[in-house]
Write a new protein. Structure first.
Length: 399
């Protein structure tokens, strides 16, 4: 990368830490270094920080503080939710419903359960990435114990009808888990209004530290008669209500809480600004770059997500050329960026493998500026022109 400036447009992969979060973490590395399970005053100082952080994180989604289980990541939270519910309730039924475009943290956990004898329904989605609510309800049987549908897709940004899914789950007395890693702190979430029973989130998508996540776990059982509805998948010293044993990362959790506090205060303004940038990029590219199209829903999408299809060239080439101009973007999920296989999300919305390879994901964030957007829009068209002149795929364009 030889560019004189660098523009970061890959906020869906991870976010830079907010300096205000770093400041809080540095403080707690000094004052909250004790083990929060210890009885002495230093340990209790850490416990107080942990309790306060739990309240802050819970407040963002209208939850109670004792319904928040801190984890090391969103992936771990997904595993605890899905495996924990499935294993605890297998005598009631071994059927789980999910969607065809889940993050690998959910997809592969469900596939693991399938190998253990569980029945997994992967709901198809339409061309925008939305599930069909009638099809979801039709798939529920007496054996169904869990529905796990992501809040918003990490690649194409489409937001699922979460409130309606929650209502269906409640109607049929089925637990509802949502992977909200991309949506948490970016759009409003209310677990009560949306009938969400379990929710996963991660600090590093929210300008917080890596290595910290959380699982919202509805308190005192999900429905009357269920009793304890989930069992741990790890065993140890009884931390986090026996659901996540390990010495607590108090400074990291304090940073997560600060990131949540900032998101809660700044979300309305950020939604407005990021939506403006998002729509400007979409409009400019579709109007000025031939054979380009938008992946995902045009309006029911995250305010910071743009996923573009660029015909006749591969997304990896675009990403590398953008990087040489000082612009960071991606082709899709960072967890799959080294795979040569086409995105399962783009295949699920009906793209052919060749089209799926031509995707470009641009995600904006808190530190994106007008100049950043203009710089990207200036540099992208000549990159596309240059790559298309070299591409053998261009010659296959139908007249």
């Amino acid at each position: 990368m030889n560019a004189s400036r660098y523009v970061y447009l890959d906020y869906a992969a991870t976010t830079p830490m907010d300096p205000r979060v770093i400041e809080v973490m540095n403080e707690h590395f000094r004052i909250s270094y004790g083990n929060s399970s210890s009885l002495h005053s230093i340990g209790q100082k850490a416990a107080q920080t942990l309790a306060k952080s739990r309240e802050t994180v819970a407040s963002l989604i209208n939850a109670k503080s004792d319904e928040i289980i801190f984890t090391s990541s969103g992936t771990e939270a997904d595993n605890i939710a899905i495996l924990g519910v499935a294993l605890k309730n297998q005598n009631r039924g071994k059927h789980i419903i999910t969607s065809a475009l889940e993050h690998h943290a959910v997809e592969n956990t469900c596939k693991n359960l399938k190998n253990r004898g569980f029945s997994i329904t992967f709901l198809p989605v339409d061309k925008y990435g939305l599930i069909d609510l009638r099809e979801l309800e039709d798939m529920i049987t007496d054996e169904t114990t869990l529905i796990s549908i992501m809040f918003a897709n990490n690649e194409i940004g489409t937001i699922e009808p979460i409130k309606e899914i929650g209502a269906i789950a409640k109607k049929h007395d089925v637990l509802f888990h949502t992977d909200a890693v991309q949506a948490f702190g970016k759009v409003p979430i209310d677990i009560e209004a949306m009938n969400i029973d379990l929710l996963s989130a991660s600090a590093h998508k929210l300008y917080g530290p890596k290595g910290v996540g959380m699982l919202y776990l509805r308190n005192k059982g999900i429905r009357e008669g269920w009793g304890k509805f989930i069992e741990p998948i790890m065993y140890g010293g009884g931390h986090e209500r026996d659901m996540r044993p390990s010495t607590i990362n108090v400074p990291g959790i304090a940073g997560f809480a600060k990131a949540v506090e900032l998101a809660k205060n700044e979300m309305p303004k950020e939604i407005e600004i990021q939506t403006k940038y998002r729509d400007k990029i979409i409009k400019n590219v579709l109007e000025n770059i031939e054979d380009s199209y938008l992946n995902g829903h045009p309006t029911k999408r995250l305010p910071n997500n743009v996923n573009l299809g660029i015909r006749f060239i591969e997304g990896e080439s675009i990403v590398l050329d953008l990087d040489s101009e000082g612009i960071a973007a991606s082709t899709g999920s960072a967890c799959s960026s080294k795979s040569l296989d086409p995105s399962h999300v783009l295949l699920a919305i009906g793209l052919k493998p060749q089209e799926a390879h031509g995707s470009l994901r641009v995600t904006i964030g808190r530190f994106t500026t007008d100049d950043d957007v203009e710089y990207f829009l200036e540099k992208l068209p000549p990159i596309i022109d240059r790559l298309r002149k070299m591409s053998p795929l261009k010659g296959n364009k139908k007249k």
